[in-house]
Design a protein around this ligand. Sequence first.
Ligand code: UN1
Length: 536
Amino acid sequence: MKLLDNGECNNLYGKTIEIKNLIADQECAASDGKTFESRNPSDQRDLVATVPIATQHDVDRALDAAKDAFQQWREVPAPVRAGVIARLGELLAANKETLAFIITREMGKTKKEALGSVQEAIDTARFFQAEGRRLYGQTVPSEMRQKELSTYRKPKGVVGVITPANFPIAVPSWKLIPAILCGNTAVWKPAPDSPAVAYLFGKLWQAAGLPAGVLNIVYGFGRPTGQYLLDAVDAGKVQKISFTGSTAVGRLVGEVCGRNLIIPSLELGGKNPLIVLDDADVDQAVEGALWATYGTGGQRCTSCGNIILQRKIYAPFKSRFLAAMEKLKIGNPILHPEVDYGPMISKSFYERFLEHYQTGSKEGAKLLMGKGRIDANNPWPNFHGDAEQGYYCWPTLWEKVKPPMQLALEEVFGPTTNLIEVADVDAAIQVANAPNYGLSSAIYTSNRQAIYQFKRTIEAGMSSINNSTTGAEAHLPFGGVKGSGNGMRESGIWVIEAYTYWHAINDDLSESLQLAQMDTEYLATQQEVDFAALLP
Ligand code: UN1
């Protein structure tokens, strides 16, 4: 690993990492030598890494390496493959602090959250190291004698993996660990805003003993590098795509995969509702909603998009929520680990976040708090660090919002949410289901009937009862409905369906041609019965 001088930032944040693509176990610069700079979003002076922009040639080489490696890797017994995952889990645990530091440094989430996202990767490794001793098939009774039926799981081949920056090790591990455990090989394009932790993750896979070419990493932007990976689907070089990101890009991925008869795994956006009914514990609901909305600066797919309040609790919730917002500590999460949230992950996220202020005011929503960027003109009283050095945003809150306003229906990535007043639980669920998303959801109440109704009728892949909209665990299925995904799931036993296909075997020992459905011993006739006399 090559580290470069980072000038005045060496002591504050560390040196600059010189990242290279990983192809067939070799570190390689982009074939045309082009690179981009990855800067610390909390402090633009800090150059975290120099990163190659993988060319078509690089992506093709990575795909060839994955294709070659697949022939051997698929033959390695699953419990032996799982041994690599076990060592990976140990290495992740041993390096948890460092990985978390790099995550905070390159994408700006707090240390506590960064440690949590490394833990999610550790949990995933621990789950799948054991799954290598399962990956069960079935034995199935045949219609005929001297014939055995059974099923096997088979790997699909080369998997293309494209991941976002907000969970830069948890989400890749949700995909790469099961894909590789199941005997696939992978070409992974991590987000341009979190290349350093991807690079370190690659190093850990190598140290865990993964054979050359099983995991290849190519860096760059959605276009052109990500596009090359999608073009490879059309070229027949990729048998599976796993993508987490925006719904708009997910649709593009889905179109390419659809015309090639490949089922992708698509984990997309959300407009996650948090319902608070009149009988809820207001303080608990405020705490959950605050975390759901402003944790990670609102840059999770499980962030809260609408807070739906029953009439009587509206005023007390609103005043306590606003009071809690005022206490939020915002700032540089490396130099001030006590902050609640840090900067926007990137300038483009920041610019898109700003747009929602126009949408809201055009639609006549009422802005209760929020002034866009925190800077000298709009200082946040509880700010820690130098606001000019990053794209830090005000915690934002709207009211007088309801469907079909865009503000109520469209995902906004960033620290904002809407208060929506409703009469009862029926109306609450109707508003909750109005957006064309369905990832996560939450309800605060102690009314068992309302909880039951919510569980039955909410359109979401995940729901919390008296907890926030976040909270996925590594062994529960994760994914959404409607615009939030295509029905595939990450995590736990469910994700195995994404990376294997079923192979059915019929093994005939009769030494003759026995034909299914035809050469069976089913009784051809049945006797008449007459039960009429039993009735009075
Ligand atoms: C994501 O935002 O893509 O439940 C994943 C959560 C996290 C995972 C989120 N454990 O918010």
